[in-house]
Design a protein around this ligand. Structure first.
Ligand code: ADP
Ligand code: MG
Length: 577
């Protein structure tokens, strides 16, 4: 075996394998370059889903004649100079390999005129072979044209999906960038057809309307949250809307769209009991933190990041999301219910020389800026949303019919009771003060052998939840106390339910993690089932309780507590509007 040094062309081709997976990756790299150059307008045109042609032009600062050949050389970049720069990357690009990689698997032409220069220049590369810069008439900015992608790597070409899918990826790329840079004008054409025209705006809400459509964007609420050097902001879908998959989750770190497990996990944890199983929110999350806190040099595609303080970031996101949702749930607004089947508009899913992280802070105005300290403490509610409702009555044994200042409100009393019980229980657990009630006459429970041994092993955990249970003979137990929140009655069924849950848990940490799920079970077992007539006083008490707790818009399984119809919605239903 003989070791040889690979030619530059071959090395580029290898790098291209990682950076240029499909037409959309080319679009991503070229648009990133435009944004890094401070463009205010970026126009993308593709033909044949990007395989025959990708044409990206920007009005950024351009490239000078001397730099033009360098731009196409491997490891040449204007964005990083020394090693230390790698730990505070403020641009989207930094690896200096996108253009040479693309040039090695296509026929590429770059035409650019640097700001302040009289003329522009064009330079061609074909399958990695570079020509000489020639004068060209063009405005300030850069245009890159990529033809016949993968013409010299047929294997790669075979891996491409259907034209519609590839075009979908291109749209996704443009849409995601557009959400990160609302002040930049983005256009996307497929042939002559205009697929996206995202006009510049200072409002994230407006940009999101352009990208996701007003139905989904209109169902979202904005939030901002700061702690120390971490700033989190964005938009979250609020009750009653949720979606059957995660394609409307967009997460950004310092204006870079990323796919990050930590962020997604934290976001979902923030929603916690507000979503039904298998449902996802629509959410745009901007995380901004000091450059040196994030490592973006993880993968050539730059979709991944690493956080220096991972768990801190995670917890901050959970808190920020919870906070935003909690505030929203205090004054639930009538909201159109979004039909889930809808696809991404287009397809699924600093205009300044941008000194990144701070620019949104300066230029953005959020529709409803929230202050972090503005939480209402339990017990302080004067006249909350629920207490101010006028109750007309109870129908079908389980719904309360009410009138609000905005229209009609229907409340599922069972779901409402569940959330109240759940939040009370959670509150008691959080303060470590779970009240219990001793039973005058212990109730005895007999279990099948395997369930009995499960219970036996978990008496400690159950005790933490307020159940004192003792052995009382073979496979038989005496229930001596239960959580005080449970109404009087037969607790054997409750405990049987708990044992069933125990069967699925292994290890004490998991047991602890499942405390909350257990809580839900208890809450559900404890509350008044539907089909019970409530007295006027009971209804008033329930409404007051709802005002005192968090997340009163959904039961702990994510089902809605209330459904509202605004006057406008009612008029539409009656064809008056
Ligand atoms: P990177 O973006 O990682 O630096 P690229 O290969 O994408 O690497 O680009 C190489 C260099 O070419 C950039 O650092 C930049 O100086 C220049 N360049 C590329 N595209 C543009 C553009 N659209 N406008 C201005 N300069 C550009
Ligand atoms: Mg680049």
């Amino acid at each position: 075996m003989k070791i040889i040094l690979l030619s530059e062309a071959l090395a580029n081709r290898i790098a291209a394998g990682e950076v240029v997976e499909r037409p959309a990756s080319v679009v991503k790299e070229l648009v990133e370059n435009g944004l890094d150059a401070g463009a205010k307008e970026i126009s993308v045109r593709v033909e044949g889903s990007g395989v025959s042609l990708i044409h990206v032009s920007d009005d950024g600062e351009g490239i000078s004649r001397e730099d033009l050949p360098l731009a196409l050389e491997r490891h040449s970049t204007s964005k990083v100079k020394e090693e230390a720069d790698l730990f505070r990357i403020s641009t989207l690009g930094f690896r200096g390999e996108a253009l040479p990689s693309i040039g090695s698997v296509s026929r590429l032409e770059i035409v650019s005129r640097a700001r302040g220069e009289e003329a522009g220049y064009r330079l061609r590369v074909e399958g990695g072979k570079r020509g000489e810069p020639l004068p060209a008439g063009c405005p300030v900015g850069t245009t890159v044209e990529v033809r016949d992608l993968f013409f010299n790597t047929p294997a790669r070409r075979k891996f491409l999906k259907s034209p519609a899918t590839e075009l979908g990826h291109v749209c996704d790329v443009v849409n995601r960038m557009a959400v990160a840079f609302p002040v930049v004008h983005f256009r996307l054409y497929h042939g002559e057809r205009l697929l996206c025209d995202h006009v510049p705006t200072l409002q994230l809400e407006d940009r999101l309307r352009q990208v996701l459509g007003s139905e989904i964007a209109g169902s979202m609420v904005s939030f901002t949250w700061n702690r120390g050097e971490i700033r989190i902001s964005g938009l979250l879908s609020a009750a009653p809307n949720s979606f059957s998959n995660s394609r409307y989750l967009l997460t950004y770190v310092n204006h870079r769209f990323v796919r990050d497990r930590i962020l997604t996990h934290a976001l979902m944890e923030g929603y916690e009991t507000l979503l039904m199983k298998g449902r996802y929110p629509a959410a745009v999350l901007y995380l901004e933190l000091p450059l040196e806190e994030v490592d973006v040099n993880v993968h050539p595609s730059k979709y991944e990041v690493r956080f220096r303080r991972q768990s801190e970031v995670h917890d901050a996101v959970v808190e920020a999301v919870r906070d935003g949702l909690r505030r929203e749930a205090k004054e639930p607004a009538p909201r159109a219910i979004v039909k889930d089947e809808r696809a991404f508009v287009g397809v699924r899913e600093n205009p300044l020389p941008y000194a990144v992280p701070s620019f949104i802070r300066r230029e953005f105005q959020f529709a409803r800026p929230g202050s972090v300290e503005s939480e209402t403490k339990p017990g302080e509610v004067e006249n909350g949303f629920y207490s101010s409702l006028e109750v007309l009555g109870q129908i079908l044994g389980c719904y309360l019919v009410c009138v609000s200042s905005q229209g009609l409100v229907l409340i599922d009393q069972h779901a409402a009771h569940e959330r109240v019980a759940f939040e009370r229980m959670r509150h008691q657990l959080d303060c470590g003060k779970l009240e219990r009630q001793n039973l005058l006459i212990p109730q005895t429970l007999e279990l099948p052998l395997h369930e009995a041994s499960l219970l036996e092993q978990n008496l400690g955990a159950l005790s933490q939840l307020g159940f004192s249970v003792e052995g009382f003979g073979p496979n038989t137990f005496a229930i001596e106390s239960v959580p005080a929140l449970l109404p009087a009655g037969d607790y054997r069924d409750v405990l049987r339910g708990m044992v069933m849950e125990l069967a699925h848990v292994e290890g004490s940490t998991e047991l602890k993690q499942n405390l909350e799920e257990r809580l839900m079970t208890i809450a559900c077992h404890s509350v008044i089932r539907a089909n019970r007539k409530l007295s006027k006083e009971e209804i008033q008490a329930l409404l007051r309780d709802l005002d005192q707790i968090d997340f009163a818009t959904q039961c702990p399984h994510g089902r809605p507590v209330l459904i509202q119809f605004s006057e406008e919605q009612l008029e539409r239903m009656f064809k008056r509007a």
